[in-house]
Write a protein that binds this ligand. Structure first.
Ligand code: NAD
Ligand code: TDX
Length: 354
């Protein structure tokens, strides 16, 4: 399949590019703006791959999209480009509205225009897969059953609201115009190549540099963690075998409090990075409570039963094995870390924890 993929220089996008190139004969056109969150260093493994072409550009640029659709003639679109960090959405929501809502609308219109020009058989085979989040469902009460495909939307943060709006646009383009759309709503991902603003890489980078490990509020908020390669495998399955018009919840059934995640990570670092920064006896001593995130959701949890039952997906990593692989990856890829941090904040450097 010829796939136009957006956001493929980001964390999940780069994992999906690797997955689609290694498994299946797909050809990819990877459109990414290279914001602070996108890095060509994350695509080094496909740098010489003829089936992968990278284009730097904005999903909100309608003229660029028209040209790319005409040239590449994609048989599918996989849409991951987004502003993805909740804290940034609280500090400055405008970019989230622009990319996640207006950008998704612009991409849908370009895809619809292209799709209208296809033969009936090509139209039926075409797919628009929108990559979304469990955060659209909002705060899950303690003890309540995990989210499923029927859970009503109730987003809390500007980020979550912008993703919820994008989901609604995608469904509307399916229902009103007949575009064959699919949605994947996934829980918190972790793994290699995640920018160190998100919980796990932030704690990891700070621990290796001997800096405090900030836990918002009481640290007892719960997230449902999934290793990023398991998400990439789920997305490939949904793309290749999902039924148009359907959404699929994706999650690893690994509910953990943030404090438990932080403590497990500290214990892994004791084993894998025993030479600690000056003044650090135990990584756990760096844990520090800081003021809570405004509007912070206490719990997310996902029931992936439909994806498992209908498409045969099952995660391959447990939380413990995935976290170990993640820490090992960061310790072995100091070049990636330095490059990404240098792009972002030259004052920050990784410590010599390994
Ligand atoms: P990320 O922030 O690591 O990557 C986003 C990518 O999109 C970057 O490469 C960035 O340069 C690109 N981008 C941003 N604005 C763009 C624009 N206007 N035009 C073109 N490219 C643009 O995000 P991620 O964690 O990889 O998330 C990918 C997708 O998956 C997002 O849609 C996100 O909402 C969703 N998601 C993420 C998680 C998670 O835990 N990280 C969970 C569920 C769903
Ligand atoms: O320093 C921190 N300390 C802390 O306690 C950070 C960065 C986070 N937290 C808490 C907030 C959350 O309860 O950890 C939890 C996870 O935070 P994030 O990594 O910011 O993720 P979250 O807000 O849960 O959103 C993520 O999962 C769903 C992704 O960023 C989204 O893109 C995805 O849609």
């Amino acid at each position: 399949m010829r796939i136009l993929l957006t956001g493929g220089a980001g964390f999940i996008g780069s994992a999906l590019v690797l997955q689609l190139i290694r498994h299946g004969g797909h050809a990819l056109l990877n459109l990414d703006k290279l914001t602070y969150a996108g890095h060509l260093a994350s695509l080094r493994e496909v740098a010489d791959e003829p089936r992968h072409r990278f284009v730097r550009g904005d999903i909100g640029d309608a003229a660029l999209l028209a040209r790319l659709f005409a040239e590449f003639r994609p048989q599918a679109v996989v849409h991951l480009a987004a502003e993805s960090h909740v804290d940034r959405s609280i500090d400055g929501p405008a970019a989230f509205i622009q990319t996640n809502l207006v950008g998704t609308f612009t991409l849908l219109e370009a895809a619809r225009e292209h799709w209208r020009g296809l033969s009936a058989a090509e139209q039926a085979a075409f797919r628009f897969l929108h990559v979304s989040t469990d955060e659209v469902f909002g705060d899950l009460a303690p003890g309540a059953p995990p989210f499923d495909e029927g859970t009503p939307y109730a987003p809390s943060s500007p980020y979550a609201a912008s993703k919820a709006g994008a989901d609604h646009l995608v469904r509307a383009w399916g229902r009103t115009y007949g575009l064959p759309v699919l949605l994947g709503n996934c829980s918190n991902n972790y793994g290699p190549r995640q920018f160190p603003e998100k919980l796990i890489p932030r704690l990891l980078f700070n621990a290796l540099a001997g800096r405090p490990l900030p836990l918002y509020g009481d640290g007892l908020q719960v997230r449902d963690w999934l290793y990023v390669e398991d998400h990439a495998r789920a997305l490939q399955l949904i793309l290749e075998r999902g039924a148009p018009g359907q959404s699929y919840l994706v999650g690893g059934q690994n509910e953990r409090s943030n404090r438990a995640v932080a403590e497990t990570l500290c214990d892994l670092l004791e084993e894998l990075a025993p030479h600690k920064p000056a003044g650090v006896q135990h990584y756990r001593q760096l844990l520090q409570s800081v003021p809570d995130r405004p509007g912070h959701d206490r719990r997310y949890a996902v029931n992936p039963g439909k994806l498992m039952g209908e498409l045969g997906w099952a995660p391959q990593e447990s939380f413990d094995s995935g976290l170990r692989r993640t820490v090992q990856w960061y310790l072995q890829h100091r070049d990636w870390c330095s490059e990404v941090l240098a792009d972002h904040d030259p004052a920050q450097r990784l410590g010599s924890g390994a």
